[in-house]
Design a protein. Structure first.
Length: 348
C-alpha cells in the first residue's frame, strides 16, 4: 500500500485561487478559493446545480478555468494537465464499466489507458484481493451486484496509484445498504492507502459521516467552510419551522425566553404586494427546542388554537446550516434551479 500523503513535502493536495468558470452568460463557479490538505477527505457540499461538477471538471483537467488558477498534486491544471491526470483517479456518478467484459478485462483496458506496462496484473490482483473481488471470476460485469461494481470502479481508479481520488456524486441512485458500503470503502482507502479524496455530494448525511473538512457551495460561490462541527456552530441552536394556516401578529412570541431570532416567510402574496391573510411560515431559532416549544405552542394557542398547520424541529446539521445561510432548504434550491433551467430551455 502506497502512502502518498504530503509526498513532496507540500501540505496541500489541491489549491484553488479565484477559480472561475463561465458558460456563456452563466457563472457556474464564481471566484472560489480552496486549500485541501494531503491525506484528508474533503467534501464539496451543495444542491444540484450549485457548481460542484464544474469544479471537478476544472480540477481534473476536463475543462479549462475561465479565470483563476488551480494546483492539483503540485501541478498546474492548465499548464501541466497531463501531469495532473497522471496523479489523480476519478469515480463519477455514471457507470464507467463495460458490462460485456469481465472484471479483469475492464482493468486491462484501464491499465492500457495509463500505460502501466507488464506489472498491471499484479497490481490488479492485490487490489482485487483487498476489495474481496475474485480475479479468476469469468462473470461479465453486467452480472455483478451494485456493490461489486462500485468496488471494481474503485479498483480501476486506484490501479495507477493516484495521489488524489475525485468522487463526483458517487452514491447517486444507490440503495441505503450499498451507500453505506461505499462510505466504508471511502474511509478505508483514505486511511490505508493514504489517498486524498475530494468528494462532491448533495447528501447531507454523507458529508457529515465522511469528511474531515468541507465547503458548502451555492450558485457557484463558497458560502461556508470548516469541519462539520465548526459549521454546525454557525446555527447556534435548534431551528423550529412552523407553518400556519393564516397570518397573525407573531410579535407576541418574541419575548419568550430561549428564542433567539424569528424570520418570517409568506407563502403567497396579493397582486399589489401587500401582506395577505395567507399561509405564514416562521423559522424560529431557539436555545433548546424541547424547552421552548411547549411554551411557544401555549402562547400561539392563546391567539388561535387551530392556526398551526405543521411543526418541524431541525437540530444543528448541514441542512440547517444551509438554511441559516440561504434561507432555503436544499430541495427548495434544487426545485428553483430546475424551474430556471426549463424556463431558459424553452426560451431558445
Amino acid at each position: 500500500m502506497n502512502n502518498v500523503c504530503n509526498i513532496n513535502g507540500h501540505q496541500h493536495a489541491i489549491i484553488c485561487n479565484k477559480l472561475t468558470k463561465v458558460y456563456g452568460s452563466q457563472i457556474a463557479v464564481d471566484h472560489i478559493d480552496l486549500k485541501i490538505r494531503y491525506g484528508s477527505i474533503f467534501g464539496l457540499l451543495g444542491p444540484n446545480g450549485a457548481g460542484k461538477t464544474s469544479v471537478i471538471k476544472m480540477l481534473t483537467g476536463l475543462s479549462s478555468p475561465t479565470k483563476g488558477e488551480a494546483i492539483v498534486a503540485d501541478y498546474n491544471v492548465v499548464k501541466e494537465t497531463l501531469k495532473v491526470k497522471e496523479n489523480i483517479g476519478w469515480i463519477s456518478s455514471e457507470v464507467i464499466l463495460d458490462d460485456s467484459l469481465t472484471s479483469m478485462e475492464n482493468i486491462w483496458i484501464q491499465s492500457k489507458l495509463h500505460s502501466l506496462g507488464k506489472n498491471w496484473k499484479q497490481k490488479a490482483q492485490i487490489l482485487m484481493k483487498y476489495f474481496e473481488l475474485d480475479e479468476r471470476d469469468d462473470k461479465k460485469v453486467g452480472q455483478f451486484s451494485t456493490g461489486m461494481r462500485k468496488k471494481l470502479e474503485i479498483t480501476m481508479a486506484l490501479l495507477h496509484e493516484p495521489k488524489i481520488l475525485f468522487m463526483d456524486e458517487p452514491t447517486i441512485g444507490l440503495d441505503a445498504n450499498t451507500r453505506r458500503l461505499l462510505w466504508n470503502l471511502i474511509k478505508k482507502i483514505n486511511k490505508e492507502y493514504g489517498v486524498t479524496i475530494l468528494l462532491t455530494t448533495h447528501y447531507i448525511e454523507e458529508a457529515d459521516v465522511l469528511c474531515d473538512s468541507l465547503a458548502i457551495i451555492n450558485h457557484g460561490k463558497i458560502i461556508a467552510r470548516g469541519s462539520s462541527q465548526e459549521l454546525k456552530s454557525i446555527v447556534g441552536g435548534d431551528i423550529l419551522e412552523i407553518e400556519f394556516f393564516s397570518d397573525f401578529d407573531f410579535s407576541i412570541l418574541k419575548n419568550i425566553d430561549g428564542i433567539k431570532t424569528i424570520r418570517e416567510e409568506y407563502l403567497s402574496y396579493k397582486d399589489d404586494g401587500s401582506r395577505p391573510e395567507k399561509p405564514l411560515k416562521l423559522f424560529i431559532k431557539v436555545k433548546n427546542a424541547e424547552t421552548v416549544l411547549p411554551v411557544l405552542i401555549s402562547e400561539i394557542n392563546k391567539f388561535d388554537p387551530n392556526i398551526i398547520k405543521t411543526i418541524r424541529i431541525d437540530k444543528p446539521n448541514l441542512e440547517t446550516i444551509f438554511l441559516e445561510l440561504t434561507g432555503m432548504h436544499f430541495k427548495e434550491v434544487e426545485d428553483t434551479s430546475d424551474k430556471e433551467f426549463y424556463t431558459h430551455k424553452r426560451s431558445f
